[in-house]
Design a protein around this ligand. Structure first.
Ligand code: GLN
Length: 451
C-alpha cells in the first residue's frame, strides 16, 4: 500500500531519491514468513520506513544528496540500518535531503527540491525534508533523519509531524556520512509520539563501532510516550527564544500549548539562557570546520564520481575537477569557511572561540536544569516558507536554526511535536522540547501530553 502511495504522490512531493521496491517487498515477505512460523517479532516488524539518504544501506544507492556520490553503493549497513533490519522494519527507500545535510529546505539537494505536502509551493524544511515529507504525505508511517543543527526537528515542525533528536551518543553514527561529527545524531520521525518512541527504542543504544556512543541503558521512551503524565513536571520557557522575529501564529500556538501543559498540572516558569544568542554564530564556525575536514575524503579516488581521469591529468587535477563538479554551492561555501576557521593564525580566533561559546551554552542548560526538568520554545521562528524564498540569502536560511542549534551544541535531547496550525497561513507549527542528556524520556512525556 505504501509503495502504491509513493507511486501516486511522489511525483509531486519528491520525498524519495530511490525507491527500493524489490528490497522492500523481500523484507516484508521475510517478516510474513517469520510470523507464519510463529517467531517472536518486535513491535515494529513489517512496518515500512523511509531512510534519509545519508545513512548507508548495503547495496542500495546512497548519495547524501550530492552529485559526488552518484552511483555509489555502500558495501555495508550503518548501525541504524542493522537495527532496523533486526527489528523487521521494512526499508522502502532513500529520502531526499540537502547536500551532505547542509541546509534547511532541501533546496541544496543536487537532485531537486522536496515539496511540502501541506502546500507544494513551500519547502518541507531541511536537511531531512524528504523524510518528514514522506511521513506527512502518508508515503511511509516512519522515517529516519539525522540532526546536526535541527534537521530532524525543523522539517518535523514544517510538516506537522514528530521529529526527535536523541541525546548525542544515544544513537550510533556508524555508517552515517558525517557532516559535523561532534553534533550529528540520527533519530526518529513519525506521525505520533508513540510511533517515534517505538522507533527510537529500536535504533538507540550503545554501539562499540562509534567512539562517542554512550554505554548506558536507553531511556524509557516508550513508557513515557504511553504515559504522558506531566503533573508536577517543571517546564522552563526560554526567554531568549521568542518575541521579535517570531511569526505571530507560531507564538500563539506555542503559548496555547504551554497553557495546556499548565492545565495538565505542569509548573511553568520563564528561564533565561543568556548565551543562546551566540549559538548560531558558534555553530556556523564549528560545523563548517568539522565538515571541511570530513569532506576531504571525497577525493575522486575512493567513492562515486570521478571527473577528468583521461590518462593525462595528475591525481591532484582529477581530485580538483571532481570536487569542482561534484559539490554544490553551499558545500563549497562551508568548506571554504571551515578551512579558513581552522587555518593557522585563525584557529584560536574562530574555532577556539566558538568552542568556548559552546561551553557557555552547555552551562546555560546545566543551570536551567537545576530549576526545571525540560525547556521549551517554538521549534522554528516561522512556518514553512516558499520555495526559492531564501535560497539566495544564506543568513536568512541559517536563522531557521535559532531554536534547534543550542541542543546540538550541548548534546542534549530535543524534539518537535505538532501543536496546531498558524492562523496566517494554515501551516503546521512545532512545539520544541529540550531535555537533559539521557533524559529523552521527558520529551516523549510532553509530546504525549500535547496529543
Ligand atoms: N540547517 C542546518 C544546517 O544547515 C541543519 C543541519 C543538520 O541538522 N543537518 O547546518
Amino acid at each position: 500500500a505504501h509503495l502504491d502511495r509513493i507511486g501516486a504522490v511522489d511525483g509531486d512531493v519528491h520525498a524519495f531519491l530511490h525507491v527500493d521496491t524489490e528490497g522492500a517487498l523481500a523484507q516484508a515477505k521475510a517478516v510474513d514468513g517469520k510470523r507464519a512460523a510463529g517467531e517472536q517479532l518486535s513491535p515494529l516488524a513489517g512496518v515500512p520506513l523511509a531512510l534519509k539518504d545519508v545513512l548507508t544501506q548495503e547495496g542500495v544507492p546512497t548519495t547524501a544528496g550530492s552529485k559526488i556520490l552518484e552511483g555509489w553503493k555502500p558495501p555495508y549497513d550503518s548501525t541504524v540500518v542493522k537495527r532496523l533490519k533486526a527489528a523487521g522494519i521494512v526499508i522502502l527507500g532513500k529520502t531526499n535531503m540537502d547536500e551532505f545535510a547542509m541546509g534547511s529546505s532541501t533546496e541544496n539537494s543536487a537532485y531537486g527540491t522536496t515539496h511540502n505536502p501541506w502546500d507544494l509551493g513551500r519547502i518541507p524544511g531541511g536537511s531531512g525534508g524528504g523524510s518528514s515529507a514522506a511521513i506527512s504525505a502518508y508515503e511511509a508511517p516512519l522515517a529516519i533523519g539525522t540532526d546536526t543543527g535541527g534537521s530532524i526537528r525543523q522539517p518535523g515542525a514544517f510538516t506537522g509531524t514528530v521529529g526527535v533528536k536523541p541525546t548525542y551518543g544515544g544513537t550510533s553514527r556508524y555508517g552515517l556520512i558525517a557532516l559535523a561529527s561532534s553534533l550529528d545524531t540520527p533519530g526518529p520521525c513519525a506521525r505520533t509520539t508513540l510511533d517515534a518512541a517505538l522507533l527510537h527504542e529500536a535504533i538507540a543504544g550503545y554501539d562499540p563501532m562509534d567512539s562517542t556512543s554512550i554505554n548506558q541503558p536507553v531511556p524509557a521512551v516508550v513508557e513515557a510516550a504511553r504515559n504522558g503524565d506531566v503533573s508536577g513536571l517543571r517546564i522552563g520557557v526560554v526567554k531568549e527564544l521568542g518575541g521579535e522575529g517570531y511569526q505571530p501564529g507560531v507564538e500563539a500556538r506555542f503559548h496555547e500549548a504551554v497553557e495546556l501543559l499548565t492545565k495538565l498540572g505542569a509548573e511553568v516558569v520563564e528561564v533565561s539562557c543568556p548565551h543562546f544568542e551566540y549559538a548560531l554564530p558558534a555553530y556556523y564556525l564549528i560545523l563548517p570546520s568539522e565538515a571541511s575536514s570530513n569532506l576531504a575524503k571525497f577525493d575522486a579516488m575512493r567513492y562515486g564520481l570521478r571527473v577528468g581521469d583521461d590518462g593525462t591529468n595528475s591525481a591532484e587535477t582529477v581530485t580538483s575537477l571532481t570536487r569542482e563538479a561534484g559539490f554544490g554551492a553551499e558545500v563549497k561555501r562551508r568548506i571554504i569557511l571551515g578551512t579558513h576557521a581552522l587555518s593557522s593564525g585563525y584557529y584560536d580566533a574562530y574555532y577556539g572561540q566558538a568552542q568556548k561559546v559552546r561551553t557557555l551554552i552547555a552551562r546555560d542548560f546545566a543551570k536551567a536544569y537545576e530549576q526545571v526538568d525540560v525547556l521549551v520554545s517554538p521549534a522554528t521562528p516561522t512556518t514553512a516558507f516558499a520555495i526559492g524564498d531564501r535560497i539566495d540569502d544564506p543568513i536568512a536560511m541559517y536563522k531557521n536554526d535559532l531554536c534547534t542549534i543550542p541542543s546540538n551544541l550541548a548534546g542534549n535531547a530535543a524534539a518537535s511535536f505538532p501543536c496546531g496550525l498558524a492562523d496566517e497561513d494554515g501551516l503546521p507549527v512545532g512545539f520544541h522540547v529540550m531535555a537533559p542528556v539521557m533524559r529523552d524520556d521527558l520529551l516523549y512525556k510532553v509530546g504525549a501530553a500535547l496529543e
